[in-house]
Design a protein around this ligand. Structure first.
Ligand code: SF4
Length: 317
């Protein structure tokens, strides 16, 4: 999918592969991310959804240069992130940020909340007076108050810790935040609070989010556009509301069926999607082994079709 003048981040034919077998002249690779293209506009939330092992967290790390790509391009504000000068690299680090799944492990247990929030400001050379001012303002922006600054992460609830992690992610006023399963370690009621917080910050601070989750219901609550991944490949992407209301790809349909939105208590894990136990065909559709409607043609890889303002990768749609 091509972006426009409003595009903040453009991912083009991105791949990440790992060597799994090496014999004399032959090498075999596993593609964790396979020829993926999508974009994120300014002040937009894009949901990246898929089961564990679908490559969604790998994409988040590739975008922030936490791991190296193998093929493709990642453009931030129109420039290839691998062609940055030192100065541009530093600006990129300031303008992008990440929130991890579990704040118990992402926050240093030996540091008080004040120090945790102050650290990125020290790295980027903010003077002491400004650091104090920013830390005090940001903790309030994240829905807590100044009394939390004197506490350790272990003294906070899961939801409060995730608010601190979000405060740390926004303190440098980034343009893009990768939120990697930020709600999946939290209770359902706390999940909603964090989703509301992310929505508020997006509007108030003009931040774009790549929201990574295995839960299509959660993704549907805050994403303008959704990208559905399966085994490193995009199955369907486009308008979030349309995808939730009228999924076109057989995999997206199964995801929706497995998560009845009106009965959260009956939610099933994505792993419960029925297995059809058909053998995987190298070079064929990635969903072939589990697809309930697969046919002979599916042994060849589908190219994308543009339908109803969406991209769908399926021969039979
Ligand atoms: Fe199923 Fe075939 Fe479509 Fe793949 S291309 S999702 S196997 S119908």
């Amino acid at each position: 999918m091509e972006g426009s003048s409003k595009t903040l981040l453009q991912v083009k034919n991105l791949s990440k592969k790992y060597l799994i077998k090496k014999q004399l002249l032959k090498k075999e690779f596993f593609y964790a991310v396979d020829n993926v293209s999508f974009y994120i506009n300014q002040n937009e939330t894009v949901g990246l959804v898929g089961e564990s092992g679908s490559g969604k967290s790998t994409i988040g790390k590739l975008i922030l240069k936490l791991i190296k790509k193998d093929e493709g391009e990642i453009l931030f504000k129109g420039k290839d992130i691998y062609s940055f000068s030192r100065k541009e690299e530093k600006i990129f680090r300031k303008e992008t940020s990440i929130v991890f799944q579990d704040p118990r492990t992402s926050l240093n247990p030996r540091m008080k909340i004040f120090q945790i929030l102050e650290e990125p400001l020290i790295v980027h050379g903010f003077p002491k007076k400004e650091r104090i001012k920013k830390v005090k303002k940001t903790i309030v922006d994240a829905g807590l108050d100044e009394t939390f600054l004197d506490r350790y992460p272990s003294e906070l609830s899961g939801g409060q810790r995730q608010r601190v992690a979000i405060a740390r992610a926004i303190i440098l006023e980034p343009d893009l935040i990768v939120a990697d399963e930020p709600t999946s370690a939290l209770d359902v009621s706390v999940q909603l609070q964090i989703i509301n917080l992310i929505n508020r910050l997006k509007t108030e601070k003009n931040i774009s989010f790549l929201f990574i989750s295995h839960d299509l219901n959660v993704v549907g609550l805050l994403s303008e556009r959704i990208v559905v991944l399966y085994k490193g490949k995009i199955m369907e992407q486009g308008d979030g509301k349309k995808i939730i209301k009228n999924p076109l790809h057989p995999y997206t349909k199964l995801l929706i069926e497995s998560l009845p939105p009106d009965h959260p208590s009956k939610r099933k894990d994505l792993e419960h999607i029925p297995e059809t136990f058909r053998e995987e065909i190298p070079g064929g559709c990635k969903f072939y082994s589990r697809c309930p409607i697969a046919q002979e043609i599916c042994k060849k890889e589908p190219s994308y079709k543009k339908i109803d303002n969406r991209e769908v990768y399926c021969h039979l749609v």
